[in-house]
Design a protein around this ligand. Sequence first.
Ligand code: ADP
Ligand code: ASP
Ligand code: MG
Length: 410
Amino acid sequence: MGIVVQKFGGTSVATVENIRRATGWTIEEKKRGNDVVVTVSAMGKTTDELVQLASEIGGKANEREMDLLLSTGEQITVALFTMALKEQGFDAIGLTGWQAGIVTEPVHGRARIEAIQSDRITEELAKDKIVVVAGFQGISNDGEITTLGRGGSDTTAVALAATLKATRCDIFTDVTGVFTADPRYIRQARQLSAISYDEMLELAHLGANVLHPRAVEFAKNDRIPLVVRSSMENKTGTYIEEVVSVEKNLIVRGVAFEKDITRIQVYGLPNEIHCLSSIFSLLAESHINVDIIIQSTTEANPSSVSFSIQTEDLESTVQLLERNKEDIQYEHLEWESGLAKVSIVGSGMISNPGVAAKMFSTLSQEGIFIKMVSTSEIKISVVVDEKHMVKASELLHQAFELERVSQPTY
Ligand code: ADP
Ligand code: ASP
Ligand code: MG
């Protein structure tokens, strides 16, 4: 028998009753003879509520204290989950991220896990205890509490699974698995029985928040068998694994979407070699995440560049560019918010030409204007008006026949 890591998300531990139900899955795994390490998220909407409290006090800019505050959410669940296990006669111990040896880079709000010093967990497992670890948090080498970014408990779970060489990592959540699109928005979405690490990584990066992108990166690097499944119902989940056979004629495996996108346009740039690097280095130094970049240059004219960012970064991006206008030497800036990114993902695209053409014609036939495009081997993204986001996703879901995906057998 081996080690199994389980993770329970916010909805799955939202109430005392839900916590009790969740411990049922842990006890079942323990009774099978496995060592079990559990990672939990904050209860229900606790993290959102803590963020709201910080806003009310005007403290969101205090990154260090934000981490101190947000890390308390997971700590509550760890204590209650451990108590519930003990109350049912199972020996268990709850650990904060730092007690569990989760070491991150010294960054607040979106730290990456650098290492897990797992001696304490291993010692407790050797005493036959179930170990419950707070998700989403760690400690930097300078002793500061850090958090891993929203949705980061998935990453804690998979990083633990990788370090402990677990045989499996089960992500228990409020849907029965990974669907062809977010089932809360797209009625026709179908559950996938399996999806490859690469496809899941793209979907997660492109807005399918059922898994934190870094969790998928860890799983892919260490080939951790990952299962997304329901904490409420006993149903077969979705397996995320190395290679998944493509269903006949299905080129696309999923549609993902993300709102709150802003496009920035920088006009009248000198045709100088270092011009782009100076803009994007500035943004990178300020940790502003730039997504799609489109440059247009002709030799005779000044060039322009447009790029997309998260709308929450608009103010800091504009301030930064305006402060450095003389150095960059551009003429003027324009921006447009209220945009969304809609993407299709599938490894079948590599060997099938015409996928982009089909995507563009599907949207144009319905009068949906495409403002930006970006592609990789296995995905195509378009930026459209936010009001078209769900409609565009439904149209693409239909055009690429995703409702034909065969359902897992229960
Ligand atoms: P947890 O709190 O368990 O981590 P999340 O809210 O982070 O749960 O993730 C689960 C949610 O992800 C679902 O409720 C669903 O709305 C959303 N989601 C987005 N895209 C997908 C997808 N392709 N398949 C399944 N769920 C998705
Ligand atoms: N509680 C954190 C959040 O709401 C982390 C997580 O749930 O994964 O983002
Ligand atoms: Mg989540």
